[in-house]
Design a protein around this ligand. Structure first.
Ligand SMILES: [Zn+2]
Length: 379
């Protein structure tokens, strides 16, 4: 079972941020009302209801691009939910227009790729930047941030409501970033974790989380970069050059150990908690050859992680399933199964006509998990 927890915090936006919030409230209301009107229009004329997306409106109203696009994406979802409620139960009335004065001033945005995070004691929000926040109680450790709703009450106070989800089990988080995305994992059958290789943070999991190197790792890397720069200033073959090389070697060693330690812990946790894991059968050597990583210490992490996971799983009588390398994990919609012809690398959010809208990497990880399940069941 998923446990969801919402924490509401008072936030103190500065003048610019306040402006941005109001702009977003306004844009969301505008979009909601226009989508609703267009749907009603269409229904009157054709008797049909077509799905509308924010993208269509951005062409006609380019200023919609000035606000958080995920907030707009959620407007679509809210309207669809209102319609679903209306169509499924007689009690719920037809969706209503939002009034500038009476309606609640709020918008909801999703946590994707760490776009929303605590930083320097403040809350980083898309488009608004670092907003002053009073955290009167800490969110549960290990819970995953899903979305944030920014609102203003009638007295002019601002709040951020942070929605967290428990990481335990997997049935919950396969849903990705929106409540409707992703196919939930069946209640019975093996518990499988899908793993997608990612350039940033090494791996993304089908439960919506990603491998997160601990903070000290970052620090060590910065120090490494500094020592590397120092070396480049030393004259080759000089005494200082030799000394600096030694320092650098020790730094590398330290990072290698930290990384190994982290990967051991991560793979052990997965092997303990899942019946199987599914990964793409990518050739890491070929990959590191054709990619410019810059950070040579990083490039082998995923391969190492996969190896550790493999033997830790088999130690426990479990399996690591390898999914064929031509399986379209990124292009396939994890909700309806449709495969896109093209998916640009910079499209970080997977959007599908079926309404699915989730983090690109999580979508891929869910596909890998389901393909892994298929392989496991037919084997
Ligand atoms: Zn779809």
């Amino acid at each position: 079972m998923t446990v969801r927890k919402a924490y509401q915090y008072r936030i103190y936006p500065d003048r610019e941020q306040e402006k941005q919030f109001h702009k977003t409230f306004g844009c969301c209301r505008f979009l909601y009302n226009h989508m609703l009107a267009d749907r009603m229009d269409m229904y009157e004329k054709t008797g049909k209801m077509k799905r509308l997306t924010p993208a269509g409106y951005k062409k006609d109203y380019p200023w919609l691009k000035d606000v958080d696009s995920l907030a707009l994406a959620n407007v679509q979802l809210h309207l669809e939910a209102a319609y679903r409620k209306f169509l499924s139960r007689e009690k719920a009335g037809h969706p209503k227009f939002k009034s500038k004065h009476r309606s609640r001033k709020s918008y909801t945005t999703n946590a994707v790729n760490g776009n929303i995070r605590f930083e320097e004691g403040k809350l980083r929000l898309p488009k608004a930047g670092l907003v002053k926040i009073r955290v009167h109680r800490e969110p549960y450790e290990g819970y995953i941030l899903k979305s944030v709703t920014v609102s203003m009450d009638p007295s002019g106070k601002y709040y951020a409501s942070l929605l967290y989800e428990s990481p335990a089990g997997e049935n919950q988080t396969a849903r990705g970033n929106t409540a409707d995305a992703g196919r939930p994992q069946e209640g019975c059958g093996p518990k499988i974790l899908g793993i997608d290789f990612a350039m940033q943070g090494m791996a993304v999991f089908s439960d919506g989380s990603r491998a997160e190197y601990p903070m000290y790792y970052r620090g060590a890397q910065d120090r490494l970069a500094r020592e590397q720069r120092k070396l480049s200033h030393c004259k080759k073959g000089s005494r200082n050059y030799g000394k600096q090389k030694k320092i650098l070697a020790r730094r590398y060693e330290k990072i290698r150990n930290q990384r190994k330690d982290y990967l051991h812990k991560l793979s052990r946790k997965i092997a303990d908690n899942y019946d199987a894991a599914a990964v793409e059968d990518i050739d890491m050597k070929a990959m590191s050859r054709c990619l410019t990583f810059g950070k040579s210490v990083m490039d082998n992490s995923f391969g190492m992680f996969r190896t550790m996971l493999d033997y830790k799983l088999s130690d426990r009588g479990k399996v690591l399933v390898r999914v064929g390398r031509f399986f379209p994990s990124s292009k396939k919609c994890s909700c309806c199964g449709k495969v896109k012809e093209e998916l640009r690398l910079d499209e970080r959010i997977y959007r599908c006509g079926c309404g699915n809208c989730m983090d690109r990497d999580v979508n891929a990880a869910v596909n890998i998990r389901e393909e892994g399940r298929r392989i496991l069941m037919t084997a």
